[in-house]
Design a protein around this ligand. Structure first.
Ligand code: PLP
Length: 428
């Protein structure tokens, strides 16, 4: 029989050789392509996942637990609850807060204020948990929820605010935290596109009762699919561990409490709440452990590129507005967004068509003004204000890739394509 260890070593070596030969992106001027994202993983992550497959330990286990611990402690939370997507993280966070077991939580019909410029699954969990979204406009400079609009929207049933640091631009946290304290509102931070962002030296997601992150393939780091909820509230974390897995107590940290309370049950099959199955795979935890140490360098590259694009495009202020980083914020630049001004002399569609034809991929900003999406028509919600700024982003803004592999060649190429378009319109 073949030596198992030698075979494993050969498999891992083959993956390393394959990745060295045929993995990774670098800009090629002869075949220029700038995609919205490139894989953040390589041989190390693939082998970590393979290790799980070869061992046949594929469902949530010690690697997920380790990843939760390392992730939470790297940014300063006491608890992290990994799950299978950022959307699941949002669902878990809202479901735990709206659960009858959370005494000071949310109750059916309570209102949750959200920014119009959101992702769909920022808002859907609010509806799915029997709560009512109240949609407010953004600050045009940051693309983030405007604290003044939060104040205007607060009504007798308002109990929470769910914010989104758009593209990794930290929100106006001093003002938002102050409003939440003064009005006794629960703060939830959907940081699914803001990994690596800080406000006043503190990681985003650390200002509210619970924060969420996504590790989807195109994000700052990936576990293929994946997400995590983070909190310093042990009881909420325990409840999220229960809701994540069937309403079971199997994964809680303090199992004894439940076993003492219900000694007549088989401890392996004790269901204490109504739950879901939002568990991540062990492969995702293993990949996350290899990915996490890469974050700081990836974010540095994104920040360097964004500063370069801002300098490069400063001369085109007649045509474009940009997303502004705030003095206390450290933006992690999920992509590079630009808004075409209403009087620019061209539309965002005309510009993005030209960029796409020249192999610069583009996309709209998150889901645009979520209040305009057809899904909302089916459910009770409130829209406060005219949504002028969210509409301007939905109708006039786009972004292109600003990921870890965008180098000086790719940057210069994108800038040249924007210039070529402006020249083609005789605007410069
Ligand atoms: C703000 C925001 N929330 C939630 C999500 C959902 O994350 P996932 O794709 O991992 O479900 C995303 C996805 O990009 C997002 O941008």
């Amino acid at each position: 029989m073949a030596d198992k260890d030698a075979l494993r070593a050969a498999v891992f070596k083959a993956v390393e050789d394959y990745c060295a030969a045929d993995f990774g992106y670098s800009f090629d001027p002869k075949n220029p392509i700038v995609r919205l994202h490139e894989p953040t993983f390589s041989a190390g992550e693939i082998n970590a996942a393979l290790e799980c497959l070869l061992s046949t330990y594929v469902t949530m286990g010690p690697k997920v637990k380790k990843f939760e611990e390392v992730f939470a402690s790297s940014f300063g939370w006491t608890d992290g609850v990994m799950n299978n997507s950022g959307s699941s993280a949002n669902l878990l966070a809202v479901a735990a807060l709206a659960n009858p077991a959370t005494e000071d939580g949310l109750r059916p019909g309570d209102e949750v204020i959200v920014p119009a410029l959101s992702w769909s699954t920022t808002v859907w969990p609010i509806i799915q948990c029997g709560l009512k979204p109240v949609i407010v406009d953004i600050d045009p400079a940051t693309f983030n929820i405007d604290p003044n609009e939060i104040e205007k929207a607060i009504g007798p049933k308002t109990r929470a605010v769910m914010i989104v640091p758009v593209y990794g631009n930290p929100c106006a946290m001093d003002a938002i935290v102050e409003i939440c304290k003064r009005r006794n509102l629960i703060l939830i931070e959907d940081c699914c596109e803001a990994l690596g962002a800080y406000y006043d030296g503190k990681a985003v997601g650390k200002f509210g009762r619970v924060g969420t992150f996504s590790f989807y393939f195109s994000h700052h780091l990936t576990t293929l699919e994946g997400g995590i909820t983070v909190t310093d509230d042990f009881e909420l974390a325990e409840l999220m561990r229960i809701l994540r897995a069937h309403g079971w107590v199997r994964e809680v940290k303090d199992r004894d409490r439940w076993l003492k309370k219900y000694p007549e049950f088989d401890p392996k099959f004790l269901f204490v709440n109504v739950g879901y199955n939002l568990r991540p795979m062990e492969l995702s935890g293993a990949m996350g452990l290899v990915q996490l140490p890469k974050l700081a360098e990836f974010v540095d590259t994104r920040r360097t590129n964004s500063a370069w694009f801002r300098r490069e495009f400063a001369q085109y202020g007649d045509f474009f507005d940009f997303q502004e980083e705030q003095p206390k914020g450290r933006h992690s630049w999920f992509g590079f967004p630009m808004r075409v001004k209403a009087n620019a002399g061209f539309t965002v569609t005309e510009l993005t068509r030209a960029l796409n034809a020249n192999h610069v991929e583009t996309r709209p900003i998150i889901a645009g003004n979520i209040a305009r999406q057809p899904a909302l028509k089916l459910y009770d919600h409130r829209v406060v204000g005219d949504m002028k700024h969210s509409n301007a982003v939905m109708d006039g803004a786009f972004s292109f890739g600003n990921h870890q592999d965008v180098d000086s060649g790719a940057r210069a190429y994108v800038a040249e394509q924007v210039r070529a378009f402006l020249r083609s319109r005789s605007l410069i």
